[in-house]
Design a protein around this ligand. Structure first.
Ligand SMILES: Cc1cc2nc3c(=O)[nH]c(=O)nc-3n(C[C@H](O)[C@H](O)[C@H](O)COP(=O)(O)O)c2cc1C
Length: 191
């Protein structure tokens, strides 16, 4: 099983990365192969950071041969994708939204149809828009036809994924949600 986590923070060692790595390490402990990839680096490598609707259907012109194409190829191989984003103005980062906007070809190919996904977020405030951010990610995933998972599992009932307050490494509730989500993912994958 290959589980891919996408970090939509610019910070490779920040709070989002901390939470994603925590989930991945629980999955690794149950035998999964895992990888963490930077959305920020992939979008920054594309010829334009935003979708400019240059052609319909999308010819992938802005990301052919870039890290973004590599990221998309990895998503196609992944058995499970975890989207991680800090809360920015009550929603996902611009990098993650830009990534979703650049999936018109993926969507036309139905490459993410049915792909199971979960979402993880962290904000500076206790009620800074974490659940709205998860919902925004879920909405994009649903437009792709993806299958959403929350963090309820056979051992305990959770909610929508992982919502944390920074510093994430001191948020014990969120850290437990990471464990629950990892267990849910592994249950779902029947490992
Ligand atoms: C542009 C910007 C907007 C932000 N908006 C919010 C917000 O609406 N709510 C909140 O709780 N935190 C907000 N934050 C704080 C980040 O969510 C917080 O610092 C987060 O832990 C960063 O994650 P990272 O360490 O993975 O980069 C914002 C930060 C920035 C830079």
């Amino acid at each position: 099983m290959y589980i891919l986590a996408l970090n939509a923070s610019h910070d490779d060692n920040g709070n989002t990365a901390y939470l994603l790595n925590k989930i991945l390490s629980y999955c690794q402990g149950q035998g999964a192969e895992t990888e963490l990839v930077s959305v920020h680096a992939a979008i920054a490598d594309a010829k334009t950071p935003f979708c400019t609707a240059c052609s319909t259907p999308c010819s992938k012109a802005c990301y052919k041969g870039t890290k973004l194409e590599e990221l998309f190829e990895k998503t196609k191989k992944a058995d499970f994708i975890i989207f991680g984003s800090p809360v920015y103005f009550g929603s996902m980062t611009a990098q993650l939204k830009a990534l979703f906007d650049k999936t018109r070809a993926i969507r036309a190919e139905k490459a993410w149809l049915g792909k199971p996904v979960a979402a993880v977020t962290v904000g500076a405030s206790k009620y800074g828009g974490q659940e709205r951010t998860l919902e925004a990610i879920h909405s994009c995933a649903l437009v792709e036809g993806m299958t959403l998972l929350g963090n309820s599992n056979a051992d305990g009932m959770g909610h929508f994924g992982v919502s944390a307050q920074k510093p994430a490494k001191e948020d014990d509730y969120a850290k437990n949600c990471c464990k629950m989500l990892a267990n849910r993912i592994m249950e779902f994958l029947n490992v």
